[in-house]
Design a protein around this ligand. Structure first.
Ligand code: FES
Length: 130
């Protein structure tokens, strides 16, 4: 039986570390693709016509206006308060910013629009995804 020399042992150990390091690195560098995360689903019939269905815990509003359905975040872009849905606009109770139903700023101090989410309709269900 052949004797394993110390230099051969070091080479094998170094090779094992190199291979395991490569796989560990490849795992983090591999693109994962665009995975969409479903925030919530709702029945289309629950969304008021020309109104908003508000999910306070998720801080998301599904809005239907003239048959078009959209979803916006209710996290104020000023300092993060939860925006309330009023008729035809979204109002921040903290410092008075006002947004339209598409999340655009109508009145500051917020200077950025509310983030919007993707909305998919399938079989009468509305899915809101990031
Ligand atoms: S947190 Fe909304 S206006 Fe300041």
């Amino acid at each position: 039986m052949a004797e394993i020399t110390p230099s051969r042992r070091r080479f094998v150990v170094a090779l094992a570390f190199l291979v395991s390091g490569f796989f560990a690195l490849a795992r983090f560098l591999k693109p994962t693709g665009k995975s969409k995360k479903t925030l919530l689903t709702a029945a289309k019939e629950d969304i008021p016509g020309n109104g908003a269905l508000v999910y306070k815990e998720a801080r998301v509003a599904i809005i239907q206006e003239s048959g078009k359905i959209s979803a916006v975040s209710l996290v104020c872009t000023h300092l993060g308060c939860t925006v309330s849905a009023a008729s035809k606009e979204l109002v921040c109770p903290c410092h008075g910013s006002i947004f339209d139903w598409e999340g655009n700023v109508l009145k500051g101090p917020a200077d950025r629009p509310l983030p919007s989410y993707r909305v998919e309709e399938r079989d009468g269900k509305i899915s809101v995804t990031m």
